[in-house]
Ligand binder design. Structure first.
Ligand SMILES: Cc1ncc(COP(=O)(O)O)c(C=O)c1O
Length: 359
């Protein structure tokens, strides 16, 4: 037996590492980033703030000021405890770690955000992916049956969903929350909330098993890696126990505290992206051979006749989108495109039109 076989769990050896393509010199429309930066005056002010940060010190692990800023500026109800993650990816890992009792299961409608399944696998939890309907709406009856059969410890609902962009019916989510009851948590993942403008955050008091998870990534701060979740305080205290003590570094902490004082700038960018989304979807719908799915996020899912070919032709034109066609059979021939500035969207549309017409 080799060293690797001796020490590495077989299910980890079977995985391939999460692949993120190099995108230098490409028009990057694959990762749902906000294309706008901070205005120069705020960049200057932020630089001065960051210059004063005590890099020689560990962060103060309570993160009181940062949590307060999140509460005040991002709509977390007063009195709710917040748990911070190095991106919501880390929050998902923390929930898995805390809930990984022997035999515990994780349920999510699929296709969805891949980290739910990956994180479950890392923690030795069984992941049950229940197919969405062909139009990417939730199959509520199948979800309720799966909840009754499997009693999942964790149910993930991305609201809106990635990579489909669909926003599930709020009444269906409420029914799932009630069906799960006290046998599990239901994580409503609102990573794209700035573009959906609807939220379960104001409904936390209604459901003891509801966890609302968010990130500042899509709002314009993907680089600082900051996610947060709120839910019933007793549950948050348990999740807090598995949080690495200094997971938010001092630079991210200072940057988030500063930018959240100017959250109106990010909100205006999100509003602009919402109107760009409307324009992009209309232009896509006008292209022959393109099916456009409804989106409440900052990306649009389309289906073409041959996604592999269109993806390759876009790459030749230095445009990177996400080819999700092989992720799940429901996504056959689908591409996911991040909504960007009007200039970048126009470049993409022209390149897509050329890709569709060339052989
Ligand atoms: C539904 C969903 N949740 C969470 C994340 C991860 O966000 P973060 O950048 O905070 O790790 C993503 C990223 O694409 C996502 O699509």
């Amino acid at each position: 037996m080799s060293l690797i076989e001796n020490i590495i769990r077989p299910e980890i050896r079977d995985l391939s590492a999460y692949h993120v393509p190099e995108a230098e010199a490409y028009l990057k429309l694959d990762a749902m980033e906000n294309p706008y930066t901070l205005p120069p005056d705020l960049q200057q002010e932020l630089a001065q703030r960051l210059a004063r940060v005590a890099l020689n010190r560990y962060p103060a692990p309570s993160y009181t000021a940062l949590k307060q800023a999140i509460q005040d500026k991002l709509g977390v109800p007063a009195g709710r405890e917040i748990v911070l993650g190095n991106g919501s990816d880390e929050l998902i890992a923390m929930i898995s770690t805390a809930c990984a009792k022997a035999g515990a299961k994780v349920l999510a409608p699929v296709p969805t955000f891949v980290m739910y399944a990956i994180s479950a696998q890392f923690s030795g939890l069984e992941f049950i992916g229940l197919p969405l309907r062909a139009d990417f709406t939730l199959d509520l009856a199948a979800m309720l049956a799966a909840i009754a059969e499997h009693k999942p410890a964790i149910t993930y609902l991305a609201y809106p969903n990635n990579p489909t962009g669909a926003l599930y019916d709020a009444a269906d989510i409420a029914e799932i929350l009630r069906a799960v009851g006290d046998s599990g948590v239901v994580v409503v993942d609102e990573a794209y909330q700035p573009f959906a403008q609807t939220s379960f955050m104001p409904r936390l008091a209604e459901f003891d098993n509801l966890v609302v998870m968010r990130t500042v990534s899509k709002l314009g701060l993907a680089g600082i890696r900051l996610g947060y979740m709120a839910g019933n305080n007793a549950l948050m205290q348990e999740f807090e126990k598995v949080r690495p003590p200094y997971n938010i570094n001092v630079l991210s902490q200072a940057a988030a505290e500063f930018v959240l004082q100017h959250v109106d700038v990010l909100e205006a960018q999100a509003a602009e992206l919402r109107s760009q989304r409307t324009a992009l979807m209309a232009a896509l719908a006008d292209l022959p051979g393109v099916e456009v799915f409804p989106s409440a996020a900052n990306f649009v899912l389309i289906r073409v006749a041959n996604a592999e070919q269109v993806f390759a032709k876009l790459l030749e034109q230095k445009i990177l989108v996400k080819n999700v066609g092989r992720m799940h059979k429901l996504l056959e021939n689908c591409l996911r495109i991040t909504v960007s500035t009007s200039e970048e969207n126009a470049l993409f549309l022209a390149a897509l039109a050329a890709s569709l017409s060339s052989k």
